[in-house]
Design a protein around this ligand. Sequence first.
Ligand SMILES: [Ca+2]
Ligand SMILES: [Ca+2]
Ligand SMILES: [Ca+2]
Length: 135
Amino acid sequence: MAAKARGAFTLIVALAALTHSAATAAAASVENTRDARIFELLDDDQDGKVSMMEFKNNQMLVFYILDRNKDLALSADETFLPANVFATFAGMDGKIDTLEFLDIVDSAFKQADTNHDGYLDRQEFITLLNRVRNQ
Ligand SMILES: [Ca+2]
Ligand SMILES: [Ca+2]
Ligand SMILES: [Ca+2]
C-alpha cells in the first residue's frame, strides 16, 4: 500500500482509539467489534457504505481533534505517525495543512475502494484495517 494511504488509515485507527478508549476499554479488546464501530462512525447516513463525502467529513473531524494547538496544521507530535511517514506528507514546512490532509484522505479512499464504485463497504473497510495492522 502507498505510504499516503497507510498514513491516513493510521489516523482513522487513531480516531477510533480517541473516540472509544475511555468509554469502552473492555469492548475495544474485541477487535471485530471495534472495527464495526469505526465503520458505523464513518457511515453518517447509515446506508451500510461510506461515501467519499462521509469519509472526508469524518477525517476532517479527526484533523480538528488531532490539531491540539488549533493552528490548522498537524505537526509531528500531534499525529500518531512514524516520523518517516509523517515527513512524506508534511513536505518542506514540516506540517500537514488541511489541503495536504485532504489529499491524503482522498488517496486513501481510492486505494481502499477496491471495486471502484465510489463507496467503501464493510468488507473493503475491514480488509483495509487488517492490512494497516499487518504492515
Ligand atoms: Ca453512508
Ligand atoms: Ca497544530
Ligand atoms: Ca467499493
